[in-house]
Every structure is written in structure tokens, then in C-alpha cells.
Design a protein around this ligand. Structure first.
Ligand code: VGL
Ligand code: ZN
Length: 206
């Protein structure tokens, strides 16, 4: 069974949002088109869902600036602008995203003391979101990833997906990164080393 996992298509990651990913909006029509095929047996989504006091926000570290580094939960942490605050418009899915086929939404980043890029675990792998068990319960063995940001949440979700033994596909043109150079030079190499296949939406939609 094949699952499409749509990562964090939320207003704050889109142009005009608090942590906007350059050209992030371009992935939405592609993701909508992917969902219109009958290629996938299941569609799920993740949603970054932070409390206002989240430790990944620079605003909660007086004297520090956005994009500085600190330590959170014993791990190196980039300090982000406040984003995807629970129950705010920035945390909502884009109203351009087709959500009809999304059967379940896995929220992450709720513990103020640790960040959570992957849809499967927090960054310290202390807590499992239940996503892998859900997918296994639905007999999924192939996972296709799309969304934002390609070099953070989609990337870490892909690594964990491969670790769980799912055949994992990263749909490159259905993702945009915060740092496209990092994606091209580091992320892609690490994904390939993990055995993740990097594909294009046109490999699915023809
Ligand atoms: C993300 C940084 C902070 C993402 C979430 O969705 O890629 N990046 N929180
Ligand atoms: Zn976040």
C-alpha cells in the first residue's frame, strides 16, 4: 500500500508567513494534482503545532536572535521566528490545499522543551507520534513525501521513514527548502545514502 504524507503545508511556511519558505506555494498545485490520481491508497498530513512558549522560538530566549543556535532538550537548536502557534491562522493549512482525502493529521512540536521536525518523532526520538504504527496498521509499505520545508521537516520525516523500513520516496518538485543550497549539497546526498529515492511528481502523474 502506498501513502502520501503531506508535510506542514501551513500558512506560516508560505509566502507572507512567519517562517516563509521561498516559493513554498508552488508545491500546493503539485500536491493537489498528486492527490487526484488514484496512485495513493492513503493520504495523511502533518501539522507543526507549537505552544507560544515553545523553546524553538527566538522570542523565548532574551538576548538571542532569530536563526541563532542554542541548546534545547540536550540538542543543538536553531532559533526560529514564532511560527505555527496553536490555534492561529499561521498554523492552519493553506486554504489552497485540497484536504478532502487527508484521513489523519499528525501534530508535532507541542512539547515546549524539544523541537520536532520529523512527523514520526521529536528531534530526540523521545516520543513517537504514532504515525509509523498508524501506517503499518493500514498495511502501508511505500511512503511518498511532499511539503515544507524540504531541508527540515520533509527531510527528517524521510530519514525516519526509511529507518522504519518503509520504501521511501521524496518527491523533489513537491518540496521547497529554507536553504536550497543545503538541500542540493547535503540533504539529497544524505537521503540517497539512507536509501531514499528522490523522484519527480511527473514519475507519478504522467
Ligand atoms: C519546520 C522549522 C521549524 C518545517 C518546522 O516544517 O520544516 N522547520 N519548524
Ligand atoms: Zn516548528
Amino acid at each position: 500500500m502506498k501513502a502520501l504524507i503531506i508535510i506542514d503545508i501551513q500558512n506560516d511556511f508560505l509566502p507572507g508567513g512567519a517562517l516563509a519558505v521561498n516559493k513554498g506555494d508552488e508545491v500546493i498545485p503539485i500536491i493537489n494534482k498528486l492527490q487526484q490520481t488514484d496512485f495513493f491508497d492513503l493520504v495523511v498530513a502533518t501539522q507543526d503545532w507549537h505552544p507560544q512558549n515553545h523553546g524553538s522560538f527566538a522570542s523565548n530566549h532574551p538576548g538571542k536572535n532569530q536563526f541563532d543556535k542554542t541548546t534545547l532538550g540536550g540538542l543543538e537548536q536553531i532559533l526560529w521566528p514564532d511560527h505555527c502557534v496553536q490555534e492561529t491562522n499561521g498554523a492552519e493549512f493553506s486554504d489552497k490545499l485540497d484536504t478532502k482525502k487527508i484521513e489523519a493529521i499528525f501534530r508535532k512540536g507541542m512539547d515546549p522543551n524539544i523541537d520536532s521536525y520529523s512527523g514520526f518523532f521529536d528531534n530526540g526520538k523521545k516520543k513517537d507520534t504514532g504515525l509509523a504504527a498508524y501506517l503499518k496498521g493500514r498495511n502501508v509499505d511505500e511512503i511518498y513525501l511532499a511539503g515544507l520545508a524540504g531541508d527540515f521537516c520533509v527531510y527528517y520525516s524521510a530519514l525516519d521513514s526509511a529507518d522504519f523500513g518503509f520504501k521511501t520516496y521524496f518527491i523533489e518538485d513537491a518540496a521547497r527548502s529554507i536553504d536550497e543550497n543545503n538541500f542540493e549539497n547535503v540533504v539529497k546526498k544524505n537521503l540517497l545514502e539512507k536509501g531514499v529515492s528522490i523522484i519527480k511528481s511527473t514519475d507519478i502523474i504522467n
